[in-house]
Design a protein around this ligand. Structure first.
Ligand code: DC
Length: 233
């Protein structure tokens, strides 16, 4: 096996399984996995706790001035065998996945100064390569020179159906239409914001997983990584 390490950038729409693919790839190749969305979620949690967001409106200037006070780290959790997100020394992995954070993260992620701070951290994490990072701007802004880029997508209806099944299985009462609307709204915000909108990098490989199983997707991406490594030996 080659010891040459590369950077794998995975971008794409919300709820299409990017993190699942990225984590599995990282395990397969012994790479570090970074869920960059967790970083924007942690900043959002900080802003919520400081009452800097009300009715979906972020107090931009205040949040920007407090950015130096926000310390964000990923720390490996041997129990779950995953890295947890820490905000100023506190494990917030569970809290950042809660609905309140999901509902407020998009406007926070549109703030250019927040993005600059996160991108700087992300680039530092990738300095030694051997990393799989998923997000919205990884192949376009964070690592434009990444050796391998994927753009993952699936139709909004299929993503909504998967999310609906997932929540229903957990016993949550949700309406399919509400989930579909939320997904379409997040796609709209992510793709139309001024700062680093979601777009496919010109050299990214498209993975439309609408009609693929998780296993098929993983096989496909693993093959692409292996091909890429072959040429880098
Ligand atoms: O992937 P996710 O749903 O956890 O991302 C949360 C939010 O952060 C979502 O609104 C998109 C945004 N995000 C971003 O703007 N850039 C990234 N690199 C990752 C996520």
């Amino acid at each position: 096996m080659t010891t040459h390490k590369i950077i794998v950038a995975i971008d794409g729409h919300s709820s299409c399984g990017k993190s699942t693919i990225a984590r599995a790839l990282a395990v397969r190749f012994g790479y570090v996995f970074i869920d960059s969305g967790a970083m924007y979620r942690a900043v959002t949690l900080f802003a919520l706790r400081r009452n800097l967001i009300s009715d979906g409106k972020v107090m931009r200037e205040e949040l920007i001035s407090l950015l130096p006070e926000i310390k964000i780290e990923f720390i490996y959790n041997p129990a779950s065998q995953k890295s947890d997100m820490y905000l100023n020394g506190e494990n917030v992995e569970e809290e950042i996945r809660q609905l309140l954070v999901s509902q407020n993260v998009s406007p926070v992620a549109t703030i250019a100064e927040v993005r600059q701070a996160m991108v700087q951290l992300q680039q530092e994490m990738g300095r030694k390569k051997g990393i799989v990072m998923d997000g919205r701007d990884i192949g376009t802004v964070v690592f434009p020179d990444a050796e391998l880029k994927f753009f993952v997508t699936a139709s909004a209806e299929i993503r909504a159906k998967r999310r609906f099944d997932e929540l229903s299985a957990k016993g949550e009462t949700v309406s399919f239409e509400e989930i579909l609307e939320n997904i379409q709204e997040r796609d709209r915000i992510d793709s139309t914001r001024a700062a680093s909108p979601l777009r496919k990098a010109d050299d990214a490989l498209v993975l439309d997983n609408s009609f693929m199983t998780q296993e098929e997707q993983l096989d496909w991406v693993i093959r692409r990584v292996e091909e890429c490594l072959k040429f880098k030996v």
